[in-house]
Design a protein around this ligand. Sequence first.
Ligand SMILES: Cc1ncc(COP(=O)(O)O)c(C=O)c1O
Length: 410
Amino acid sequence: MKRYEDLSPSLRCIMTPGPVEVDPRVLRAMSFPVLGQFDPEFTGIMNETMEMLRELFATGNQWAYPVDGTSRSGIEAVMVSLIAPGDRVLVPVYGRFGHLLHEIAERCGAEVHTIETGWGSVFEPGEIIAAMKRIRPDVVALVHGETSTGRVQPLAEIGQACREQDALLIVDAVATIGGIPVRTDAWKLDAVVGGTQKCLSVPAGMAPVTYNARAEAKLLKRKRVERGLRGGEVQPGEHSFVRSNYFDLSMLQDYWSPARLNHHTEMTSMLYALREGLRLVLEEGLEARYARHKLHEQALVAGLTAMGLALYGDPDCKLTVVTCVLIPEGIDGEAVRSLLLEHFGIEIASSFGPLKGLIWRIGTMGFSCRENNVLRLLGALEAALQRHGYPVACGRAVQAALDVYEAESG
Ligand SMILES: Cc1ncc(COP(=O)(O)O)c(C=O)c1O
């Protein structure tokens, strides 16, 4: 009989744009005993999680709770709930995850319009607003931080334009939440989806979402309660009800409300993890956390450039938490990544689609975003490049990063 060994995953230094290293306090929380999902002790934990999520999203919205599933499940829940078949949806695309929003909007039965800008840059707000005037969308769906290209799209002007044109603005803040500011109310974002496995240092498996009263008004028009749970409510017409059961936010919000209307079985251990991750964020303080992410990005960038490497993309819209590096000509990017993993236990990411083989993507997110990780990566990358025959400016990278740290502490 085959014998299966005890699990003993290696301790890695994970410098990808997610998943990242999980904070030990989060891992500890995941080992606590399971509670029943209607146990008052557990519903208390649900309520606390909602409170902390409101702070994280910088919102006074009533609704801020996690959808169970990876970040994509939160995106799908928000889109399938807020986009009715036949709605006009505008998706400005500037990387892989914009294409994902397009794909999901199509599956919702929407009339989808896209505008695209070259990968490595983002849109001028005026370009999106001009497209909105032309298309008159019911919904605009936009990525805040594109991990595929390492860019960040400014949102405030788009939020204002959506209010003026009575469109709903749905935002994928999977990569940015907890790492750079996401100001849901101030930027007038109607629905926002975050990720756990990036700047929150929690494993993948939940997707925090928030949405405001404008979004809820549309949702409630599409609400259909499961037959087995119905009282005498009026059900919407056959065409407009939300086409997913699991991802129907109108049912999920009933489960997260004091009514606790039965839906799925909550992921107890993941909720413990998220609660602990949020506690860590609020203990550190949001602004201090954003400043920490900025500092380590600066040290990383100083080190990479001192080594002689060039960064990819427009620096004016660089995403703090993801740094994209051009793979030097003649260097096999995958061989360098393998060397880093096998010999140094460090993981960095490759890329997708048109950027595959051209850039490496380095994440500085959450618990992984710390001085010893940045220094370790710079030293290891320098050694790996040298080993592959690239003429690195030896010894400079770590010194340049240390200069940044010293300037900050001095
Ligand atoms: C910007 C962005 N959106 C969405 C996703 C999808 O998230 P998940 O893989 O957790 O479903 C990712 C994952 O990498 C992402 O970076």
